[in-house]
Each structure stands twice: as C-alpha cells, then as structure tokens.
Design a protein around this ligand. Structure first.
Ligand code: SF4
Length: 208
C-alpha cells in the first residue's frame, strides 16, 4: 500500500479502496453520482476517478483474462481510431477494415487473426455491444476506448459475465483519436503460458 510522507495511505490508494467497495453497485446512475462525490471529496477531476476505476477493473480481471484462450476473445475498436480517409465497408456490426494501412487497426487485426481471436470489431458506439455478446458469446473482450466508454462497457461485460481488459485512448475526442499501439499489441498477445497449447503455439508463431 502506498503511503504519504506522514505514513497515511496515499490519495490514490484511498480512492481505490473506496472504489473497490462501490464497484459492486451495478446501476450506472448511482455509480456516476458516487464518482462525482468522490471527485469533490478528494479534490480531483472526475476523469481521474474513472481512470482509477477502469484500472481497478483491469487488475481484477487480469488473471482470468490471461487464462482465456485467444479463440474465446474478441476485440472492440472505436470507429474514431480510423484514419479520416478510411475505406472500410460498413454494416450493422460496424466497419470492416480493408487493410488500406492508413491507421494501426489493419496491422493489429492481422495479428489478432493470426493468433486465432474469434472476432475483431470496429464499432460505431457502445449500443451494439449487447448484440455482439449475445450473438458471438465471447468469454473475454479487449475494449479500446475513452475512459467513459470503457466504464460503461465494463457494466455490460459484468452483466454478460465476459472478462474485460480496457486500453484507454491517448487522445480522445470522437474523431481522429489515438492510442498507444504497443500497449494494444501487448494486451492482445498477453496470455498465461499454461492456458492451452493451441494459443501458446500461435503466440510463438506470431513472435517469429
Ligand atoms: S487500416 Fe482499415 S480501419 Fe484503418 S483506415 Fe484503413 S481500412 Fe480503415
């Protein structure tokens, strides 16, 4: 536990501990109000509370995620990560990358396909996630999004018992956004070596 100079728990440690308690609350509105109160009490920005909450969820799910074979995982990219001149085709599930190479999605999608991921989506918004979960029944999901969307997505994943890992955008804004692609790649590759033979063999192939 991190302490301040007087030996008391640091601000973030205290916040994490309170967030851990309120995270059992499933109602978005109630959670949001509690976040607002916490932000005021600790004199921090609400986005900082959201970031800590999302970090806490990542930590809580990490081991189960690492033990989930690639074939049971999906990836959700936000449409705003695409290049403005994206040539992807679209349908109800979102956009389908045609490998134009103008943004990083193409390379990551090829990596995920090679590893055996069940599906990679480029979604227009969070409302399609429920339909994706119901149709494709993933056991784990990697969501790339802003803090707010990851927070909302986490509520859906809990409802459907899907394990999640969120990668936060480094530049938000709904258009021409950015992410740390190395962090995305690391998350996609990450797996517990004892998970299953097929997944670890694919990881080894992808390293070559
Ligand atoms: S690489 Fe794919 S998602 Fe990115 S801009 Fe090109 S077609 Fe669109």
């Amino acid at each position: 536990m991190s302490m301040d100079s007087k030996g008391n728990p640091g601000k973030n440690t205290l916040l994490m501990s309170i967030l851990r308690n309120i995270s059992k609350q499933k109602q978005t509105r109630v959670l949001t109000i509690q976040f607002e109160k916490l932000a005021t009490r600790f004199g921090v920005d609400e986005s900082e509370v959201l970031t800590l909450f999302n970090q806490m969820k990542n930590d809580a799910y990490r081991q189960t995620f690492l033990s989930t074979p690639y074939r049971n995982r999906i990836i959700l990219f936000p449409q705003c990560l695409r290049h403005p001149d994206c040539e992807a085709k679209s349908d109800k599930w979102g956009h389908h990358c045609v490998d134009c190479g103008r943004c990083g999605i193409s390379r990551i999608k090829k990596l995920a396909d090679g590893l055996g991921y069940a599906k990679v989506f480029i979604i227009r918004g969070g409302s399609i996630i429920v339909e994706i979960f119901e149709k494709f029944r993933p056991k784990a999901v990697i969501g790339i999004a802003c803090d707010k969307e990851i927070f909302l997505g986490n509520l859906v994943t809990e409802k459907y018992d899907v394990v999640s890992q969120g990668v936060i955008l480094t530049k938000e804004g709904c258009y021409n956004t950015e992410v740390n692609w190395k962090q995305v790649e690391k998350c996609i590759r990450s797996i517990n070596p004892s998970t299953d033979k097929e997944s670890t063999e694919k990881e080894a192939d992808a390293q070559q």
